[in-house]
Design a protein around this ligand. Structure first.
Ligand code: GLN
Length: 186
């Protein structure tokens, strides 16, 4: 099995390390040519969604990746990745792939709570560590979206068909449970 990791900006190397420690082969997706390689799943890492969205267009990768997601490739999107998938961004008029029927709020925790770590319940996994960095959360979602984790009444993880979106960064903790769950999901 091969996981393709979008490697334009942000925390892609950390995801790669997690999958390597699970014995899974990864390829970095850096340009349009890379998208014609075979991979069984896609990871959209955290970082800065505006920069990633811009680069995806400039490098001519946007349409192919959007099609792959729409065609059902299992996709793990963390933080900025969640923003790329969202149908709507509450506090930004930019949108990106729009493949997931959720509305997200960018930098939703404000300045004081810019970054924090906590432990919270994740459906099917129990309590897991979660690290948030200028994170978004999901404000509204269509009824076919499955909510996987809620903190202080805010949805921080959800699944829609092939897409799994997380507000937090599972690649920044030692805990491998999210990455393992994604492998089962594939
Ligand atoms: N604040 C970033 C954005 O708006 C997301 C932060 C992250 O990925 N850690 O895209």
């Amino acid at each position: 099995m091969t996981v393709g990791i979008l490697a334009l900006q942000g925390a892609f190397a950390e995801h790669k390390k997690m999958y390597h420690s699970l014995g899974v082969n990864c390829i970095e997706l850096r340009n349009k040519k890379d998208l014609s390689n075979h991979y069984d799943a896609l990871v959209l890492p955290g970082g800065e969604s505006t920069v990633q969205g811009k680069l995806l267009k400039e490098l001519n990768m946007f349409d192919t990746l959007k099609k792959q997601i729409e065609n059902g490739i299992p996709t793990l999107a963390t933080c900025a990745g969640m923003i790329l998938l969202a149908d709507k961004i509450q506090n930004d008029n930019r949108t990106h792939f729009r493949t997931m029927p959720i509305t997200v709020r960018r930098n939703a925790y404000g300045r004081q709570l810019d970054s924090f770590s906590t432990e919270a319940e994740f459906k099917g996994l129990g309590k897991i560590p979660m690290t948030f960095i200028r994170a978004p959360y999901i404000e509204t979602f269509s009824e076919d979206v499955e909510v996987l984790s809620v903190i202080d009444k805010h949805v921080v993880a959800a699944r829609y068909k092939n897409q799994l979106a997380l507000s937090f960064h599972p690649e920044l903790n030692d805990d491998l449970s999210i990455h393992k769950m994604f492998l089962d999901f594939i």
